[in-house]
Design a protein around this ligand. Structure first.
Ligand SMILES: Cc1ncc(COP(=O)(O)O)c(C=O)c1O
Length: 407
């Protein structure tokens, strides 16, 4: 483990050194991939003590319950979020599902934002009601509506900020104040990881991420993480993720995430710079009706974005809607043509990759959300979501311009 006093370093230093140091076996600088299912003990007594967690420190016994490569990834995530501990999962949905199973029981009530990722929407609309958990869908940016939705059995308020795909923000500190100390506040911060925002510091009990996105940042593996208080993480680890659901990441994927995270600060800066340039270009484009990007002064929650997102980093995600008569085409038809003409941006779901990705939520990420729920969340058929990558902003804008010209 590193000897650096990580309490007194800047984010760029923290994200490189936290959770990792030269390996104890041979001093390897890069954390080795402990590609093993099981671990050996010196004696039956040693095994019994480690199984009973009576030996101080991290002592893996079986990789479903803990693995050194994955542990480094968890500790790094806990450090950058400012949490006491973290649990890594095989995907972002593994993180969402594990939080639900760990903390919700039949008869409990949970408030979900109206617009969440399609998989999470499935959990809210199908899985939890099937387990007799009551679910309310509320626009969590509307604080009065959240207050009104609270019931005596409310256990959790769950939202994404910024959300997918409208880039709507929810005020974490205000929700904490409404929730008091009995209701758990869970935030999916996949769209804006540290150093952009630190939602635990704003009052969330738990932050989770699809690591698949910005935190790994290279589009080459799936992963998830849950960060929060040590007691809560212990509950997840023992009750759900490791022993029952069995959804830890592979040691190889944990290695990839550790490698990817070393450049997180640089990447978030460049994603944010590029997205701001693309957002400004789109805002000035005569065929574009609205651009949803928290960094734009025109975003209805720009003031909250400046308060809640740090260092002027508004991230790489934006959405936009075309006007309804683009060269005689509806916004939906024009949008399809625009996407098909792009040469640099790939038509794909996912986000946070070095490559720019563009998609049509109504037919892709949010296809399993009912048209009524999509409308309630403001997701029109003409909406286009863009994950602005790390290419040159000039090239991305030129690519969009040639695609608009070709419609
Ligand atoms: C905001 C958000 N949360 C969770 C997920 C699920 O993550 P994964 O695909 O890693 O399971 C996604 C996936 O796109 C997402 O966008």
């Amino acid at each position: 483990m590193s000897n650096i006093d990580l309490k007194n370093v800047d984010f760029e230093t923290l994200v490189i050194h936290a959770g990792q140091g030269p390996d104890s076996a041979y001093g390897a600088l890069a954390t080795p991939i402990y590609q093993t299912s099981t671990f050996c003990f010196d004696s039956v007594e040693d095994g019994a003590a480690k199984f009973a967690q009576q030996v101080p420190g991290f002592h893996p016994v079986y990789s479903r319950a803990g693995n050194p490569t994955t542990r480094a990834f968890e500790l790094k995530c806990a450090a950058i979020e400012g949490g006491e501990d973290a649990v890594a999962t095989a995907s972002g949905m593994g993180a969402v599902g594990s939080v639900m199973l760990a903390f919700l029981h039949p008869g409990d009530h949970v408030i979900f934002d109206t617009a969440v990722y399609g998989g999470t929407n499935y959990v809210a609309s199908i899985n939890l009601p099937g387990l007799n958990v009551e679910v309310s869908r509320v626009d969590t940016s509307d604080l009065e509506a959240v207050k009104a939705a609270i019931r005596p059995n409310t256990k959790m308020i769950y939202f994404e900020t910024p959300n997918n795909p409208m880039m709507k923000l929810t005020d974490v500190a205000a929700i904490r104040a409404i929730a008091g100390d009995k209701i758990m506040v869970v935030v999916d911060a996949t769209f804006a990881p540290p150093p952009q925002q630190h939602v635990l510091k704003l009052g969330a009990d738990i932050v989770l991420h699809s690591i698949t996105k910005y935190i790994n940042g290279h589009g080459d593996c799936l992963g998830g993480v849950i960060v929060g208080k040590a007691a809560d993480m212990g509950k997840i680890r023992l009750n759900c993720v490791t022993k029952i659901n069995g959804c830890p990441p592979s040691p190889f994927n944990s290695f990839l995430v550790l490698r990817g995270m070393k450049t997180l600060a640089l990447r978030i800066q460049k994603h944010s710079d590029n997205a701001m340039a693309v957002a400004r270009y789109l805002e000035a484009n005569p065929y574009v009706k609205t651009v949803y990007y928290p960094g734009l002064e025109s975003h209805p929650q720009h003031e909250l974005a400046c308060r809640q997102m740090e260092n002027g980093l508004f991230g790489g995600m934006l959405s936009f809607e075309l006007k309804d008569d683009v060269k005689g085409l509806s916004s939906f038809e024009a949008g399809k043509k625009l996407l098909n003409h792009l040469k640099i941006a790939s038509i794909a779901v996912s986000l946070g990759d070095p490559d720019t990705l563009i998609e049509h939520p109504a037919s892709m990420t949010h296809a399993n959300v009912t048209p009524e729920d999509r409308a309630a969340a403001g997701i029109s058929d003409g909406l286009i979501r863009m994950s602005v990558g790390l290419e040159s902003a000039n090239d991305l804008i030129a690519d969009l311009q040639q695609a608009f010209d070709a419609i």
